[in-house]
Ligand binder design. Structure first.
Ligand code: AHM
Ligand code: MG
Length: 346
């Protein structure tokens, strides 16, 4: 008993309370001051984004308690059955973007067509999002996430579909929030570093916990839905088979597949390795969507020192989608791991 008290006391007296907390709001404000030409519009758009992430996190946490599990009874454009939370999260996201007054064009996985907001005269941004990625995992309480990409409208444009049908290299910012044991928000700006924030539920704020994220150069972990291997092209089969052979250290790679891209990507970002959803004979264009799944993730991975390519080994950020829901095969991960994939495609 005495020793227990001693432990508690030492923890309490030894624990330093951080009073210099960098919230996402502070981070964005400090970033804004670095850009003399900044109007504050981008910062306001990001405030609206972070509010939608907090609300989605809140509803996901409570879903089992308030009857939000299960199907909504509809399907989206890609043919996926929509879950109740897909629909609610999509509505939350759309409302956050509309009310920000800064978003002119919005593409969502859950919407067949582009949404145009004409009421904001300061609206100079186009946003693409997957409100809940990995929603097949929702009812099991497995991590899911929201993915987002932000483009700036060209001078003079009031918002057209072409303003978002751009290569990922033109995204001005991109990232995702993973709703897991805690909500983790990862954001990067064009040519900038990658920063990770953790939602403190007590404060209701995203706190900078992972500044300047750099991914390991290599790591023997692969993440792919191997159930599709029958349909893979020969070079994809040979590549994954090679990972099961003993490597230089005598051990094969480890397999880790959650089935939520955001969660698999977040782990890959932190631990290193490779995540893939290759195009195959069944889905020649791949499964994952370019605008709001592949391109934003590719920018995060590149800015953290990794790489992302499609099934033809073209840099993901160079791909221009022809339609808002266009798909691509994807291989993304640690720099050297993606080099290995490329070697099997020469
Ligand atoms: P979703 O946006 O409809 O949830 O689909 C995307 C998800 C990704 O999160 C994940 O990587 C992939 O689909 C899993 O697909 P599969 O079940 O075919 O392995
Ligand atoms: Mg989705």
């Amino acid at each position: 008993m005495a020793s227990q008290h001693a432990d508690t006391d030492s923890t309490m007296s030894g624990e330093k309370v951080n009073t210099n907390i960098i919230t996402l709001t502070r981070f964005l404000t400090e970033e804004q001051t670095k850009h003399k030409e900044a109007t504050g519009d981008f910062t306001l758009l990001c405030h609206a984004l972070q509010f939608s992430f907090k609300s989605i996190a809140y509803y996901i946490r409570r879903s089992t308690l308030i009857n939000l599990t299960g199907l909504a009874g509809s399907a989206n454009i890609t043919g996926d059955d929509q879950k109740k939370l897909d629909v609610i999260s999509n509505d939350l996201f759309i409302e956050a973007m509309r009310s920000s007054g800064k978003c002119a064009v919005l593409v969502s996985e859950e919407e067949d067509n582009v949404i145009f907001f004409n009421d904001g005269k300061d609206a100079r941004y186009a946003v693409a999002c997957d409100p809940i990625d990995g929603s097949s995992n929702l009812d099991a309480g497995v991590s899911v996430g929201t993915i987002f990409a932000i483009h700036k409208l060209p001078e003079g444009s009031k918002g057209r579909k072409e303003d978002i049908l751009k290569p990922g290299s033109e995204q001005i910012a991109a990232g995702f929030t993973m709703y897991g044991a805690s909500a983790q928000l990862v954001i990067t700006m064009k040519g900038g570093s990658v920063n990770g924030f953790t939602l403190d539920n007590g404060l209701g704020e995203f706190i900078l916990t992972h500044p300047d994220m750099r991914m390991p150069r290599s790591r023997a972990i692969y993440s792919v839905n191997e159930g599709n291997s029958l349909y893979w092209e020969e070079n994809v089969k040979s590549y994954f088979n090679s990972l099961k052979e003993p490597q230089e250290n005598g051990k094969p790679y480890s397999a880790r597949y959650i089935g939520s891209m955001v969660a698999d990507a977040y782990r890959t970002l932190l631990y290193g390795g490779i995540f893939a959803y290759p195009a195959d004979k069944k889905s020649p264009k791949g499964k994952l969507r370019i605008l709001y799944e592949c391109a934003p993730m590719a920018m995060v991975f590149e800015n953290a020192g990794g790489q992302a390519v499609d099934s033809k080994m073209t840099r993901m950020l160079d791909i221009v989608p022809e339609d808002i829901h266009d798909k691509a095969g994807i291989f993304m991960g640690s720099y050297d791991e993606v080099e290995k994939v490329k070697a099997f495609h020469k």
